[in-house]
Design a protein around this ligand. Structure first.
Ligand code: FE2
Length: 363
């Protein structure tokens, strides 16, 4: 059914990270990724359990939370996973109705519907479980007019905006054999459609492979790809994640920008580290994707990848993991017509590696 939106999801409201030191994480995302701090809650605001910093850039809202003692539920999450995404929170028309519909369709309860209130008004909140220890909060506004959510006070620290505009997609890694289950979960509970599937022939090198299904709402505003490892000659990167994270969780968050050359240049200047493909990638990129608006020299020097499909092209680059465990990383993506996910880059990466091998006489 086209246009089905049983939970009446409006957008990703925010993404909450549970971290060991939210103060330092907030600094990293301000100085590294160009976010601005907007709001705070903690001991000084009467909050006894956790400290949280709300950061924003474009329409992206990140929340960094640290439990203030070992008895807080978040402490077990951090002990098991280290820093990671706890909540991909969704704004819905009516949190009560969304919760009722989600649980009726089989979602597991994380939080029953309740009011969240302060002097600035009330929001209605509930939450359901998704893969691993990750949840989706369901948030609807009643009359709240404060800085972020009830309980928070305004605490502005401007960052140097890097041109990041919105969350493009949030990718989950799940265990071998569980991808279909979770794709079906988003179809059954959220009414999402299967946008694209990639099998191990699409996403493989000589050594390892993974499979992926992209689930999306009808407007393609909220896209949740699900990965699982595929058997290969060596260990899949998904297996590495599952070991390091201690189970399923958010693998990467793709952030949309309007000028990848500018944004990636800025982030690299800030010290954010990105994966590099061999330089030979750029020897064949023109033949592969045709004419692009950006200077090839700029793309090459920044290490930005390009892919084209029938609708247009996209520019993308992947950060290294942003914590010591090889778990969460970021993708920076600019879409110029393409609604894809850079499928061509997996092949190109492989071909680029082979070209290097051939130059060395090792192919
Ligand atoms: Fe991605």
């Amino acid at each position: 059914m086209s246009g089905e939106n049983p939970l009446k999801i409006k957008r990703i409201h925010h993404i909450e990270f549970l971290v060991g030191n939210a103060r330092q994480a907030a600094y990293f995302y301000r100085k590294g990724f160009g976010f601005s701090q907007t709001a705070y809650r903690g001991l000084e605001t009467g909050e006894r359990g956790v400290t949280s910093y709300a950061l924003t850039q474009g329409r992206i809202n990140f929340l960094f939370t640290t439990p203030l003692n070992a008895n807080q539920p978040g402490s077990a999450h951090i002990s098991k996973h280290s820093d990671g995404v706890r909540d991909v929170a969704l704004q819905v028309e009516d949190a009560d109705k969304a919760f009722e519909e989600a649980t009726r369709r089989g979602a597991q309860v994380a939080e029953e519907p309740h009011n969240d209130t302060d002097q600035n008004g009330t929001v209605r909140r509930a939450a359901v479980h998704t893969y691993g220890d990750t949840i989706h909060s369901l948030i609807s506004y009643k009359d709240y007019s404060g800085p972020f959510l009830p309980g928070f006070v305004t605490a502005p620290i401007p960052g140097e905006d890097a041109g990041l505009l919105q969350v493009d997609h949030v990718v989950g890694n799940v265990e071998l054999g569980r991808m279909e289950f979770w794709a079906d979960f988003y179809s059954r509970v959220f009414g999402f459609k299967r946008l694209i599937s990639f099998d191990d022939k699409d996403i493989s090198t000589e050594y390892s492979a993974l499979m992926s299904i992209v689930m999306s709402d009808d407007s393609q505003l909220v896209k949740f790809p699900i990965n699982e490892p595929a058997p290969g000659r060596k260990r899949s990167q998904i297996d590495e994640y599952l070991d390091a994270y201690g189970g399923p969780g958010v693998q990467h968050i793709a952030l949309l920008c309007g000028d990848a050359v500018k944004t990636v240049g800025k982030l690299q200047g800030n010290g954010i580290e990105f994966l590099r493909v061999p330089d030979s990638y750029y020897d064949v990129v023109r033949d592969r994707v045709g004419r692009i608006d950006e200077s090839l020299d700029a793309i090459r020097s920044l290490g930005i990848l390009v892919d084209r499909d029938q609708e247009g092209y996209l520019l993308q680059i992947f950060s290294k993991p942003v914590e010591d465990r090889p778990t969460l990383f970021f993708e920076i993506i600019q879409r110029k017509g393409s609604r894809g996910f850079g499928k061509g880059n997996f092949r190109a990466l492989f071909e680029a590696i082979e070209l290097e091998q051939a130059r060395r006489g090792n192919l």
